[in-house]
Unconditional design. Structure first.
Length: 295
């Protein structure tokens, strides 16, 4: 096999994996802050992209105005979702929370389809599509931009969880009752985590909206993000980034060899296999915390 081709598949796979980690970081932010698995992160990503388009395309506002404004709106949407739909489920079985987040996903997908239709549109970030070579390796400029955004979010998230507010959110995730007993507002903390994850969804939606267009398929990024989050550890920000790189490389290189054998479409098979094997072999992920409870 041509080593240049292998290197190109590996590097571009790693860059794509970092784009997957953008979705995973949103999942981890909520789980790390409230121990709630959010199955609506893909729909929030899609909604954030549509809100940016509403300001930039429909109203003609520049992106440097549209994106921050969309972040503000999505922050309050995330807080509102927690306040209206999830707060009353506190203390209920986890399956009820999962069903609620799945219902939110369906609701957001249906609402955006009714408002904006199913036609795919591009965010148009202004990133050049001209070939970009590093030596003999061809790279995608928008993937490089997305990888930079993922690393920036990683650093910002790590710094946030070392702050006083971030430590409070981690305490909430560890034990709701103990947090209440020491005066931490659990409700506000969980709502804040949803707001922050919704801001991350805007960044993710803008990047992926440039990569593949803004339409209903953006919500399907949940599968890739969930696989990355589970592989890295649902409570690990670093794990989300490292696992994203691993999954992206496996997907890129693996599909190159498998597509000829299975007739194409092996990317989703690889993602599903990684998710299933991780749950079976190492359910807490590569970097997740393994809690041991005494019985």
């Amino acid at each position: 096999m041509d080593w240049v081709l292998l290197a190109e598949l590996t590097v571009n796979g790693a860059l794509t994996g970092l784009l997957y980690s953008l979705v995973a970081i949103g999942l981890v932010l909520i789980y790390k802050s409230s121990a709630v698995p959010n199955l609506a992160q893909g729909a929030l990503t899609m909604t954030g992209a549509y809100v940016v388009l509403a300001f930039s395309h429909n109203l003609g506002w520049p992106l440097w105005v549209a994106i921050p404004l969309a972040m503000v709106i999505m922050f309050f949407l995330g807080v509102g979702i927690e306040r209206v739909a999830l707060r009353r489920l506190a203390g209920r079985p986890i399956v009820m929370i999962l069903m609620m987040t799945m219902g939110i996903d369906i609701f957001l997908r249906g609402t955006t389809l009714a408002i904006w239709g199913g036609t795919s549109r591009s965010v148009e970030l202004g990133v050049s599509y001209d070939p970009f070579f590093v030596g003999d390796i061809l790279l995608s400029r928008i993937h490089i931009v997305g990888a930079g955004a993922a690393i920036a979010l990683l650093v910002a998230s790590l710094l946030f969880f070392r702050s006083r507010l971030g430590i409070r959110l981690r305490a909430i995730s560890d034990d709701y009752l103990a947090s209440w007993s020491v005066g931490i507002s659990v409700e506000r903390g969980v709502g804040l985590s949803w707001g922050l994850a919704s801001i991350v969804a805007v960044v993710t939606g803008v990047i992926w909206g440039e990569v593949q267009g803004v339409d209903q398929t953006l919500a399907a990024l949940l599968l890739k993000g969930l696989a990355v989050a589970v592989l890295g550890g649902l409570d690990s920000i670093i794990g989300a980034v490292v696992a994203g790189i691993i999954l992206g490389v496996l997907e890129s290189v693996g599909s190159f060899f498998l597509d000829d054998l299975v007739g194409g479409g092996s990317r989703d098979l690889i993602v599903a296999a990684v998710l299933i094997l991780t749950v079976m072999i190492r359910p807490h992920g590569l970097f997740g915390r393994h809690d041991i409870e005494r019985v």
